[in-house]
Ligand binder design. Structure first.
Ligand SMILES: NC(=O)c1ccc[n+]([C@@H]2O[C@H](COP(=O)([O-])OP(=O)(O)OC[C@H]3O[C@@H](n4cnc5c(N)ncnc54)[C@H](O)[C@@H]3O)[C@@H](O)[C@H]2O)c1
Length: 252
C-alpha cells in the first residue's frame, strides 16, 4: 500500500544515520516530502541527492536552539508548512559511572533529551497552523530499562519518554499527537561504545541471544514502519505512547 503519507510535510533530525535514513526512505515511498536535518553537511547533501527531489537537506546542530529553530523555519518554508516533526538525532557513550564525567553526561543530554524540547517548541506554531500534527521522539528500550555502562544514555532516553507523555497531554487540545519510539538492539555502528563496554561483539551476541525473545537484533529498516504509522493519519487516535520495538525484551 503506497500513498499513506501523500501530502505530508515532514522534518526529521538525525536523518542520515542508519535508522533515520531508513525512515526517510519509507516516508518518501509513502508520498511525503521530507526535510532532512543532520550535523554532517557533506553526508547530508549526498543523502538528499541520492533520495531525490522529495527531500531537502538542512544542516542542524540539535544542541543549539537557534540551529534547531532555523531548521524548522527553513524546513517549513521549503515544505510550505509542517505536519510532522521526527526527532531522531542521537548519541551514545558508555562507561561505568565511576569513570563517567560531566562532559559526557551533558553531551548525551544535549543531543538525546534537550534537543527534543527545542524541536517541539519551534515546531508547535507550524503544527497549530496546520490544524493537527504529529511529533515523533526517538527514545530507546534503554529509556525504559537501562543496562550496565548505559547510566547516562538510559537517563537521557528516559527523559524523552516523560517529555513525550507530558507534551502529549499539553498538546492534545490542539490535536497535536506526541509519541516516542523505543527500539531495542538495532544492528548499527551506533552501539559500538556499548559493545566495547560489554567486551566485544561475541559478548554482545551472547547477550542478545539470552535476552531477546526473538533472538536477534533489529535491522534499521524494521524501525521505519513505526515512523510511517505515527506520521500518518492511521494513528490519529494514538498519543502519549512509548512504543517498544525490541524483539520482546522489555516484557520478556
Ligand atoms: N542503534 C540502536 O540500537 C538504537 C536503539 C534504540 C534507539 N536508538 C536511537 O535511534 C536514533 C538513531 O540511531 P542510529 O542507530 O541510526 O545511529 P546513527 O549514529 O546512525 O544516527 C544518529 C544520527 O544523529 C546525528 N547527530 C548526532 N549528533 C547530532 C547533532 N548534534 N545535531 C544533529 N544531528 C546529530 C548523526 O550525525 C547521525 O546521523 C538515536 O536517537 C538512537 O539513540 C538506536
Amino acid at each position: 500500500m503506497a500513498g499513506r503519507l501523500n501530502g505530508k510535510r515532514i522534518v526529521i533530525t538525525g536523518a542520515i544515520g542508519n535508522i533515520g535514513k531508513e525512515a526517510v526512505r519509507s516516508f518518501i515511498a509513502e508520498g511525503a516530502r521530507v526535510v532532512i536535518g543532520d550535523i554532517d553537511e557533506k553526508a547530508g547533501r549526498a543523502v538528499a541527492e541520492e533520495l531525490g527531489a522529495a527531500t531537502h537537506f538542512v544542516q542542524v546542530d540539535v544542541t543549539r536552539e537557534e540551529s534547531v529553530a532555523a531548521l524548522i523555519e527553513a524546513g517549513a518554508a521549503w515544505l510550505g508548512g509542517l505536519d510532522v516533526l521526527a526527532q531522531n538525532a542521537g548519541l551514545q557513550r558508555s562507561g561505568a559511572i565511576a569513570e563517567f564525567d560531566q562532559a559526557n553526561w551533558d553531551a548525551l543530554f544535549a543531543v538525546n533529551a534537550r534537543a527534543h524540547f527545542f524541536g517541539a517548541k519551534h515546531a508547535i506554531p507550524h503544527l497549530k497552523r496546520a490544524g493537527k500534527g504529529s511529533i515523533i521522539n526517538m527514545s530507546s528500550l534503554a529509556g525504559k530499562r537501562g543496562g550496565p555502562g548505559l547510566v547516562a544514555y538510559s537517563a537521557s532516553k528516559g527523559a524523552v519518554i516523560s517529555f513525550t507523555t507530558a507534551l502529549a497531554l499539553e498538546l492534545a487540545p490542539a490535536n497535536i499527537r506526541v509519541n516516542a519510539i523505543c527500539p531495542g538492539w538495532v544492528d548499527t555502528a551506533f552501539n559500538q561504545p556499548a559493545i566495547d563496554f560489554m567486551g566485544g561483539a561475541s559478548a554482545q551476541q551472547q547477550k542478545i541471544e539470552s535476552l531477546v525473545p526473538l533472538g536477534r537484533q533489529a535491522d534499521a529498516a524494521e524501525i521505519a514502519p513505526l515512523f510511517v504509522y505515527l506520521a500518518s493519519d492511521e494513528s490519529a487516535y494514538v498519543t502519549a505512547q512509548a512504543f517498544g520495538i525490541d524483539g520482546g525484551v522489555y516484557n520478556g
